[in-house]
Design a protein around this ligand. Sequence first.
Ligand code: SF4
Ligand code: SF4
Ligand code: SF4
Length: 325
Amino acid sequence: MSIQKLKDEAARALGRKDVKYLIGYKKGSYGFRVSPAFIEPKEDVDQLIMSPLCNMSLVKYVMMEEALPSLTEQAKKPSKIAIVARGCDSRAINLLLEEKGVPREKLYIIGVSCTGAIDQRKIEARFPQVTEPAEVTEENGNYIINVNGQVHTVPKEELLADLCKLCRYPTPVIYDKLIGDKLPTKPFHYDEIKAFEALPLEERLAFWQQQFTKCVRCYACRNVCPLCYSTICSLDSLTPQWLRRSVDTSENFMFQIIRTFHLAGRCIGCGECERVCPMNLPLMKLNRKLAQDAKLLFGYDSGTDPKAKPLLTTFHSEDPQDFIL
Ligand code: SF4
Ligand code: SF4
Ligand code: SF4
């Protein structure tokens, strides 16, 4: 993908009368972390980057902006937000369009074909205590990593996020302009979920109980999710109180059941929740189990069609019903 083409398209988008600003990525100020960029004048597009370190979703920012009350000055401004979107981000956008969380005319989507993002934990373990901003490019199946002026070559497989190894839609499924070549959609498979489901019930229960003892209920997994955009969340409710404030395994279990099931048929698998979890909980195992069931039981693949109806609001007479008493 050509960064110059991305900058040119970003400048074109910002030159439109109906675009108020653009959300993309810029170089970070610390180690292997990049930052979100909010760019208004088109002269600032040079700060845009697109690299394997761009491993966070920007879609949440659209919802944070849309959740704000409309101020008089904002209302006078042009209404569209331009956003740089990878394949997984485009699915989150589709889901938001499907749910009418954001109207299509509010967005100008610059899709980028994506060859995968680096797992922050893997690269920080490989190059510990890097504080100066580092740069990474991808060449011939390797990452070329520039740390403090020293160049290292690491096979891509060693640092690629596990999520990206499973990615089925590297090319955005919705965009106004696509940067980069279209990459093939990959086949549907949930082999690791099937393997986990094959374990005895006691073993699965013990696994999750052990995981949930680690959760500190920081709610980062909820807060970062592009699809957790309710202004009133049941997890914060005090009347009724669905969840006690105490951090113990049973309440943590309940918390994750609520979080995961509220994403049933909605999660698009961007991995943001797992990426930000400070306790390293394998949340994608839960998300992918529900995504698998949505696909296998109801033929529903979230975020692939903006005109689809949300899974939990539809019913077909041939839907499986054996769980209904
Ligand atoms: S999940 Fe797919 S689209 Fe998203 S960063 Fe990974 S490879 Fe790219
Ligand atoms: S991000 Fe991790 S530690 Fe924080 S609430 Fe979620 S699961 Fe628990
Ligand atoms: S639940 Fe996690 S993987 Fe699913 S959409 Fe939200 S942040 Fe992304």
